[in-house]
Design a protein around this ligand. Structure first.
Ligand code: URA
Length: 490
């Protein structure tokens, strides 16, 4: 067995490999070892006394394709134990005439391509995600050779030297230092020095957010659109491991959490409101949440629906209302306005209420589900029926409203409302027009106003509307009867 101790560089390996090829030493006969210490002396072979050295330092000219040369160059920067032995095996096979070794279809070839690809990615990342910061010179004892800019970066592979050359070409005469966990690169404005040792931490201290960085952070914050946040895409584009080295990386977690809570409302309200092809009949003022204090409902995470809604929509009306109307869930308009029944269904409901001799002000209006569930069709957010699981999850809030308001009569508008009240999925046609007792409430089940709006023919629409008006009239009569009983002398 030949033990070959080399400096951990491509140049050293190449020289040793050419000598080994010249002497026809098969891959399995070489034990590749890395010289310890900082910058090693020039590559040396045959320095292990217990090993059989190569007989002489004769080299052989190895002709390889440009593609293989590039693959070897990149793969040599791949951090993995045994990389030199593996590269030698590739070279050996090529030298022996086996061209398939450079093909991704070959198992060694596939590994080689994978290594090279990972290194190219690491090169790209280092250039894209390394940030220089201005050193705060006010802390220095005057030392002329301290760099103006410093950067800390943790590359995944050995791409420091490569990227240092890249920065040296681009940063003119500005002086800088890049430090990594296992090496550092200095540029003094004219010469580049790359060393396999970490820069003293003092060199990295005293950095300051310069004006450009402050500007960049302000720009980043202002152009971050919470409504368009796609965490997966963001993390694919800028993997989390780079965040700590980037000035904006420190902003991202808070921007994400803001986007998920408050800021999302505002941004989504305005961006959805501005979409072409649909009109939103709420003005800018009423499109903002009107509540003075955020209720605990705003923090509801009982199901997933909160994630895509602008806000939770709480019930509205006097706490001593004798009639409670329960709808299905907020629609697009309600989601933006933060109030129930302010869109087209709400307008039809107003018509029905008026014809039934009821005033909205005296009623408590709420929904079985408090967050808007929708699906995107083109640029429109279309209502999607809530699943029974979501209705059940939201039951907690409806129960609280019922406990607080204690209505004498409840009108359920549509199947979802009735299912919520009865705690089971029901078929509305079994119940429409009927009055039932639930706890100590009289419950009148009827259609949802949207159902009337969806009817194609005027006649059908009028029929559904008439049924709703009938149910509301019944509710009014029932509530009056209960009220009379309550106020009748004993
Ligand atoms: N439909 C509902 O069920 N509730 C609303 O608040 C609006 C439309």
């Amino acid at each position: 067995m030949h033990v070959t101790t080399i400096e951990d560089t491509f140049a050293a390996w190449r020289e040793a490999a050419r000598q080994a090829l010249a002497q026809r030493v098969a891959p399995e006969e070489i034990d590749w070892r890395i010289r310890d210490g900082a910058r090693a002396a020039p590559s040396t072979l045959f320095d292990d006394k217990s090993a059989t050295p190569f007989e002489s330092a004769v080299c052989v000219e190895v002709l390889i394709s440009r593609e293989l040369a590039e693959l070897l160059n990149d793969a040599a920067l791949y951090r993995a134990p045994g990389r030199w032995a593996f590269l030698y095996r590739v070279l050996w096979r090529w030298h022996g005439g086996d061209r398939s070794v450079a093909s991704p279809a070959d198992s060694d070839g596939a590994r080689l391509h994978k290594m090279a690809k990972a290194v190219r990615r690491a090169k790209h990342d280092m250039i894209a995600y390394l940030r220089f910061r201005l050193r705060d010179a006010s802390h220095d004892t005057p030392t002329p050779d301290l760099p103006e800019y410093v950067a800390w970066y943790e590359p995944e592979h050995d791409v420091l030297a490569w990227s240092a050359e890249h920065f040296a070409r681009r940063m003119g005469r500005s002086t800088w230092l890049i430090s990594t966990p296992d090496g550092a690169a200095w540029w003094d404005g004219s010469a580049l020095r790359v060393e396999r040792r970490r820069a003293p931490s003092a060199d990295l201290a005293c950095t300051t957010a310069d004006e450009a960085e402050r500007l960049w952070l302000a720009y980043y914050r202002n152009t971050f659109n919470p409504a368009r946040l796609n965490e997966t895409a963001l993390e694919q584009h800028m993997p989390v491991r780079f965040w700590k080295g980037l000035p904006e990386g420190r902003l991202i977690p808070s921007l994400i959490s803001e986007a998920k809570s408050g800021a999302q409302r505002v941004a989504q309200a305005s961006s959805v409101g501005m979409l072409g092809g649909k009109s939103v009949s709420v003005d800018a003022h009423s499109a903002q949440p009107m509540r003075q204090h955020l209720s605990t409902l705003d923090a509801c995470r009982h199901c997933e629906l909160w994630q895509h809604a602008t806000q939770a929509v709480d019930g509205i009306g006097p706490d001593d209302a004798r009639i409670m109307l329960i709808g299905e869930q907020p629609g697009d308009h309600e989601d933006l306005a933060g109030k129930p029944f302010v869109g087209p269904a709400g307008r039809l409901l107003d018509v029905a209420l008026q014809r039934a001799g009821l005033s909205r002000d005296g009623l408590y209006l709420t929904n079985a589900v408090k967050h808007f569930k929708w699906t995107l069709r083109g640029k429109r957010r279309l209502h999607k029926t809530a699943a029974q699981q979501e209705i059940d999850a939201c039951g907690y809030w409806l129960e609280r409203e019922l406990q607080r308001v204690r209505p004498a009569v409840v009108v359920t508008l549509g199947a979802t409302a009735l299912s919520a009240l009865l705690h089971e999925k029901v078929n509305l046609s079994d119940w429409t027009g009927r009055t039932l007792n639930v706890d100590d409430m009289r419950v009148v089940a009827t259609y949802h106003p949207s159902y009337a709006l969806r009817q194609q023919h005027d006649e059908a629409r009028e029929r559904v509307l008439a049924a709703i008006i009938g149910a509301l009239t019944r509710a009014r009569d029932l509530s009056e009867a209960v009220g009379e009983r309550q106020h009748a002398p004993d």
